[in-house]
Design a protein around this ligand. Sequence first.
Ligand code: SIN
Length: 539
Amino acid sequence: MIQKTDFLVIGSGIAGLSYALKIAKFGKVTILTKKKIQQTNTALAQGGVAAVFSSMDSFDLHIQDTLNAGDGLCDKQVAQMVVQDGPARIRELVDQGARFNKDGKGAYDFSLGQEGGHSAKRIVYAHDLTGKEIEDTLVKNAQENENITILEDHIAVDLITFSSSIRSGLLVTQNENICCGAYVLNNKTGEIETFYAGITLLACGGASKVYLYTSNPDIATGDGIAMAYRAGASVANLEFVQFHPTCLYHPEAKNFLISEAVRGEGAYLVDEKGRRFMEDYSKDKELACRDVVARAIDTELKRTGADSVFLDITHKDPDAVRKRFPNIHAKCLKFGIDITKDRIPVVPAAHYMCGGVATDLNGRTDIQRLYAVGETACTGLHGANRLASNSLLEALVYSHRAFEASIEEFKQVADIFTASLEPWDEAGTTNSDEAIVVSHNWDEIRRLMWNYVGIVRSDKRLQRALRRIKNIKEEINEYYWDFKVTADLIELRNLSVVAELIIRSALLRKESRGLHYNIEYPEKNDDLWLKPTILKKRF
Ligand code: SIN
């Protein structure tokens, strides 16, 4: 089946929905989401959105904090643009119906929180469910918009580009790389559908599921990064994987984050004996940047052999804690931990990809008519380490920039609707009766990434990981061509691509900077490495 749409949005988190709601004034929009519309990383974001609203704060301070966290690799122009546009984009969210905690009567008199690496209070939040508030607001508006079609259980397989030669063999011109949509598995029917689009936006989130332990939900399989790379787009800075210092450590808790805002409200990080160990690592103690805190915890765990460290907020007023963190309080109670009385066992886990599909200031990739925003993209804002709560901010600002840029680009694309397209060809493929191959490879990738490509790396471990991932990729590839495509196989194929890209990027960077720490090169090397790591597929 071939479907046509003006704007194809892949992903239904903050970035995709914000873009869709704006661009819907200019044409028909189709949003593809691989599970249900609300099943996104955005909906799980606890902390908030960083922006300058306080008279004690300034754009310069927020820019400087962003650059400090990024450890030399942020694009200064991008940081300026994002920080300065931030307040307007947050006011738009309020105008769309989002309700954030407030201190005063004015619509934008936000109560502001504090997080690591920020020199002022600037986190706009909705209790500890900020992402859910934003997601609910945007979903409601999208569902009510008659120019927007939302297709759940639709997972993109690959981008369609004019110069690509993929499974269905679409070949129009050889000279330019132009995106004109995507092949998509309709997971309800099992059929592959062809979506033909004037502009395609990748807003598919990150890839932290490539690691065994992660704060992310199962959907975070790097689909946008892998598809863009396969289609010929440049990807950048994938060695910079952010490990969140404090994920709940409990055998029954899957991926539950204890927000950095808890440390922002004064929680201590302590070891089994109750000692505040962050004093040994940074003058900023618990509110040092995330790379510093995650590495400190990793060092403590290795040194003591303990399973976890602890977050302790029991010295704060219990009513205030319950009121500020209702979600964390309720969730921990389910596991028998009353955070007003008990210390919370925590460990670091993969949380956020600072790298992604390389874009310009407008979210354009180096494939025409293809944009990338949110965690899928690498805009230059985060550099070697993202400042807490700058990600929702980046998604809002860049979806707006991409919206403005794609109105212009869309005016020139009427021609593509006349190009001939071949539907997906699955001749010769059969249904697989070996699901074990898929689940085994999923498991193996996630373990090897955790063990060899984690918080502390070495060239030897990275080389070992690369050899293993290449074998796994070969196996997945054979499987992909022989059997009918399933959602699990699509995700596994994408995970394997992103895993290899992370390893190759980490091997290229012969220094330690921000989130990338290699014991063989423990220092920064500004002479050689004050630049992004870029990878691009050779055809
Ligand atoms: C958190 O609440 O700690 C996560 C916020 C972020 O990742 O920016």
